[in-house]
Design a protein around this ligand. Structure first.
Ligand code: ZN
Length: 185
């Protein structure tokens, strides 16, 4: 289990580097990432969130008829155009384990094509829609050193700044341990 870094930690705001070889270190890291994501609990976790600057994220997404769970190593992401529909405060609300307990709405592309390498070193791709497409965009952003907070628009951008300030986040070296410090709502 890893501690999850909170916004302000440099690891979250730095572009992650390519994974050069899938070795025992990477296999153990990915297993620990799944464990940390499940304990949080969350639907996705990027390596940068546990202070590891490598291009890896894990995801776990269930609907009534399927469970999509996997690891994306050195991912690439293509996204569709954004719809013209207005921002929906409920349906578009997004959260992040590195900004625990907060949720703000954000427009995302409705469709995304993820191309990545799995733990066996095999390339794969997934065409995602809706919430899964959102998860992929959110996690991919993490590997670019970007949080969803960086993409918010008015008035949510200001409200997020206020929330970060009130929580006394936004400085290096803050983190939380799933199961101990915070309970996600
Ligand atoms: Zn996040």
């Amino acid at each position: 289990m890893y501690r999850i870094r909170i916004t302000g930690d440099p690891a979250l705001h730095t572009r992650a580097l390519e994974v050069l070889a899938i070795d025992d270190y990477i296999r153990e890291l990915v297993a620990d990432m799944f464990e940390t994501m499940d304990a949080a609990p969350g639907v996705g976790l990027a390596a940068t969130q546990i202070g590891v600057g490598l291009r890896i994220f894990v995801y776990s997404y269930s609907t009534d008829d399927e469970e999509i769970r996997g690891v994306a190593i050195n991912p690439q992401l293509s996204i569709s155009e954004f719809s013209d529909e207005p921002l929906d405060e409920e349906a578009d609300a997004e959260g992040c384990l590195s900004i625990p307990g907060e949720r703000f709405p954000l427009k995302r592309a409705n469709r995304a094509l993820l191309m990545a390498t799995d733990l066996e070193g095999q390339g794969y791709q997934i065409e995602a829609e809706g919430w899964l497409a959102r998860i992929f965009q959110h996690e991919f952003d993490h590997l670019e050193g970007m949080l969803y907070a960086d993409r918010l628009v008015r008035p949510h951008k200001r409200l997020m700044k206020k929330a970060i300030k009130e929580n006394e986040w936004g400085i290096p070296a803050l983190s939380w341990l799933p199961g101990e410090d915070y309970l996600e709502p």
